[in-house]
Design a protein around this ligand. Structure first.
Ligand code: RNT
Ligand code: ZN
Length: 416
């Protein structure tokens, strides 16, 4: 699209929104300041660089699209490529298994900040801040239970791992002068009926208390619940109720993964409740199709609702927007770009909402007017603002990124 066309369309959109009392320039500034936390694991189907074994822990990637990143250099190259098509500055979320282990096997209870030294340098050079995740899956000691394992030696192993991960996150946060958000998700659960629901939850609570005993100032902990995993269908130790209780009790951040709830549950609705009781919330924006399938995030009602709620709660500073999906059936760099841009488009629409008018209608009991404006808002020219945002950020406008990614595929990923 021609620059002139984009600018003209933006001018018209700006005037249209101004009529509703919305300043599109200000909205773009807010969007500019809002970073996503890109998940490193879309680039290689959650494999990592520890042992390159099979993915376990009740999560699965499906598909075998050629060109996945095979090592740290390829992964970094792919992430930078993807980031170059996403407007704005974004963070990168690393899992422990993505450490720079220099070809050695470093077991999970041995990992140290030095294994992330090259990541910290690389991130600084590329103006990216880091987030972090402990990794309980894809390991001989993963089994069905890690932090909730009745075998004390296994439990201790994972406690040690997670403590070390927090120390790594602390180091990342200190270096980047911005807290590193560390997510803790463990797959612990049971395939079939268990008669020990309480016992495993007691053990998990105790392990978490041991892990969090050390206070840090440059990292923030968040805990992620789940409804079920593949092969762990009957029981999840870290359920939603469990972590809400724990998060409120210990004032930890809660992670809401949009694939981790019953299909008719609204994740958006949870924000306003959680934000009253825990300090902050982390999101794992994903797209569950019939189950926690981790399809690429798109601009659907669920993602729109979620973004609207962040804005309506006035919680842009308290909600961290991470992505968490892994599609191995399409171009992986393309998957990053689609999901990130979709999330930003949803956020943009939320920021452009004529909220003051809507709230006035609501206060005055004007239900028809509220619904009418909500409907009209859907087709306001937000896309002209989006195109302008992309232009300002010097990233491809509209579908232009498709051919760019095709080029990268032809020149780079297809040759792997
Ligand atoms: C699994 C959780 C978890 C993982 C990542 C890889 O269901 O969503 O967040 O996807 O840690
Ligand atoms: Zn998740």
């Amino acid at each position: 699209m021609k620059e002139e066309q984009i600018i003209n369309a933006y001018k018209l959109a700006k005037a249209r929104y101004a009529d509703l009392g919305i300043d599109t320039d200000k909205v773009m500034d807010t969007l500019q300041r809002t970073s996503l936390s890109l998940h490193c694991w879309q680039a290689d189907d959650v494999t990592g660089f520890e042992s390159r074994g099979t993915l376990t822990g009740g999560i699965q990637t499906t598909g075998n699209y050629p060109g996945k990143a095979r090592n740290i250099d390829e992964l970094r190259q792919d992430i930078l490529k993807a980031a170059s098509y996403i407007p704005g500055k974004h963070r990168l979320s690393l899992h422990e298994i993505y450490g720079d282990f220099g070809g050695q096997f470093i077991d999970r209870d041995q990992v140290e900040p030095r294994h992330f030294e090259s990541w910290m340098q690389w991130a600084a050079e590329n103006g990216m801040k880091l987030d972090f995740n402990s990794t309980s899956f894809s390991h001989p000691k993963s089994g069905d239970l890690s932090l909730a394992n009745p075998d004390k030696s296994i439990r201790d192993f994972w406690v040690e791992h997670t403590k070390r991960c927090r120390a790594i996150a602390e180091e990342m946060g200190k270096r980047q002068q911005d807290p590193c958000i560390m997510n803790l998700w463990v797959h612990d659960g049971s395939k079939d009926i268990t008669v020990n629901r309480m016992k495993y939850r007691e053990l998990l609570k105790d392990s978490l208390d041991r892990i969090f005993a050390q206070e840090y100032t440059h990292m923030k902990d968040c805990v992620e619940s789940k409804v079920f995993g593949i092969g762990l269908e009957s029981y999840t130790v870290g359920s939603n109720d469990f972590y809400i209780g724990y998060g409120v009790l210990r004032q930890k951040l809660i992670t809401l993964d949009t694939g981790h709830f019953h299909p008719t549950e609204s994740v958006a609705d949870k924000l306003s409740s959680l934000l009253l009781f825990v300090p902050e919330v982390m999101l794992h924006v994903s797209r569950p199709v019939r189950w926690d399938s981790d399809h690429v995030t798109i601009m659907n009602d669920e993602t729109l609702d979620l973004c609207h709620e962040i804005v309506r709660c006035g919680a842009l500073e308290r909600v961290h927007i991470g992505l968490d999906y892994f599609d191995a059936s399409i171009n992986r760099i393309g998957a990053y770009v689609i999901g990130s841009r979709a999330t930003q488009k949803c956020l943009l629409q939320a920021l452009l909402e004529p909220l003051d008018t809507l709230r006035r209608y609501e206060a005055e009991g004007k239900g028809f007017q509220r619904l009418a404006l909500l409907e009209e808002a859907k087709s306001l020219p937000w896309n002209a603002v989006w195109d302008m945002f992309c232009l300002k950020n010097d990233v491809p406008v509209g579908h232009e990124f498709i051919s760019e990614i095709e080029k990268y595929e032809a020149e780079v990923t297809s040759k792997r």
